[in-house]
Design a protein around this ligand. Structure first.
Ligand code: PMT
Length: 398
């Protein structure tokens, strides 16, 4: 069966040489492929290479009469059923996130109405710069799927995050996300604990490791979603293809989630958010002799309840961590916080819950429930997301 029309846009980085192999693999998988290049990409690989691989002329100029006569940029954008930019340099990412259209590639991005994926590739310091991360976040908010990058040795001799994903991996993600349960969905996930400062050295926190929330983020990408993860302090590696926002306190987590949640299709609150914080953060370390036995506390805002109150709210899924009366407390939280679904787990037991590699869930929604048996968190996350996709579809078509 003929697969989609993929417009592969190659920008100017050393990883451009990998785009030739990517073209070959996409063709082999049955996609119809056309290639556009930035001027600087043509310095790394010649257009002739891609012309030979695709059997079609390669476009690299916006204002060239011959190229426009062959297939104008608007027609190219219309032809594309998927726009894949690989490699995507820091410069192209910055231009796309600001809506510039000063060459063929950026003009095509603005003109394209199909799904867009980018495979970033750059030096590790450039990838780590906060402005690049901001640009990536704003593209994700516009629904652009971010494929990679991954960590490893770089052409510049350094090592770190910034290598373009291998062509085979890109191909696999594209073809598996075509039929995926969460294809095209934007998902916001919270993970990990929060820390509520008492003074510069002490804080109130909990045992959450972030494993459950990170497993959900990774599984959601696998199922075709664009994912933003708001994470409390954890000892886990950032995930490939997931937009990461690091926070520490419940207030910071609230500020990272509540104002942005309306831009997402699904919100999943897997974080163990502290319900209370010290009423006052003392600026100097409190001397042992002056430490009081009761610290005055103030209640934190409920993040998930605020998301559920939004006029154009996403599908809202909460977690309930309980040591007793699991079903009763979970159902009460679901009603109270106006959630679409709640995933309840036992905590404080030998297996599952906090900081464990495995977990089990009892999932409730209005008019139904399902039990997901004890299994590895990554597999459990996939099962839960499939259930969420099914419920959301039922709700939207009801
Ligand atoms: O991180 P791991 O070590 O892998 O452990 C996973 C987990 C046990 C932390 C996870 O599976 C889990 O149960 N997360 C929710 C823990 C929790 O705080 O539950 P809760 O019953 O206190 O809160 C109910 C819901 O309200 C949760 O979705 C929570 O994110 C949300 N909440 C709570 C308080 C608050 N101020 N704002 C919130 O949004």
């Amino acid at each position: 069966m003929q697969k989609k029309n993929i417009l592969l846009a190659v920008s100017g980085g050393i990883a451009a040489y990998k785009a030739a192999e990517l073209t070959r693999l996409l063709k082999k998988q049955g996609y119809a492929v056309r290639v556009v290049m930035t001027e600087s990409a043509t310095r790394f690989v010649t257009p002739l290479t891609f012309q030979a691989l695709t059997g079609h002329p390669v476009h690299h100029q916006l204002l060239d009469v011959d190229e426009e006569n062959a297939m104008g940029h608007i027609n190219l954008a219309r032809w594309a059923e998927h726009l894949l930019i690989a490699p995507a340099t820091a410069n192209i990412i910055a231009k796309m996130s600001h809506g510039l259209a000063d060459d063929l590639l950026t003009t095509l991005y603005l003109a394209a109405e199909c799904p867009v994926s980018i495979a970033p590739a750059m030096n590790q310091a450039m990838w780590g710069k906060s402005v690049t991360q901001q640009n990536i976040r704003s593209l994700m908010e516009c629904g652009v799927q971010i494929l990679g990058p991954e960590a490893g040795d770089q052409a510049c001799g350094e090592s770190g995050m910034g290598r373009m994903l291998e062509p085979e991996k890109i191909c696999n993600i594209l073809s598996s996300s075509e039929n995926a349960a969460l294809k095209g969905k934007r998902i916001l996930i919270s993970a990990g604990p929060t820390r509520e400062a008492i003074d510069p050295v002490r804080f109130i926190s909990n045992r959450s490791s972030g494993k459950m929330g990170y497993a959900l983020a990774e599984a959601a990408v696998k199922l075709g979603a664009t994912v933003t993860l708001v994470s409390g302090p954890v000892n886990l590696m950032p995930l490939t293809g997931v937009g990461l926002v690091n926070v520490e306190s419940a207030e910071q987590m609230y500020n990272a989630i509540a104002p942005n949640a309306h831009e997402y299709d699904i919100y999943i609150g897997a974080a163990a958010v502290a319900d209370y914080r010290p009423a006052e953060v003392v600026q100097q370390k409190i001397k042992k002799q002056l430490m009081q036995s009761n610290i005055p506390l103030t209640q934190n805002k409920d993040i998930i309840a605020a998301v559920a109150e939004l006029p154009n709210r996403p599908f809202v899924v909460g977690f309930a961590a309980e040591t007793d009366d699991l079903e009763q407390y979970a159902r009460h939280k679901m009603r109270n916080k106006k959630l679409d679904m709640i995933a309840a787990n036992w905590v404080g037991r030998e297996q599952g819950g906090f900081d464990s590699d495995v977990n089990a869930l009892k999932v409730f929604w209005q008019g139904g429930d399902e039990t997901l048996a004890m299994m590895d968190k990554p597999l459990l996350a996939e099962r839960l997301l499939e259930l969420i996709a099914k419920r959301m579809h039922e709700k939207n078509t009801a």
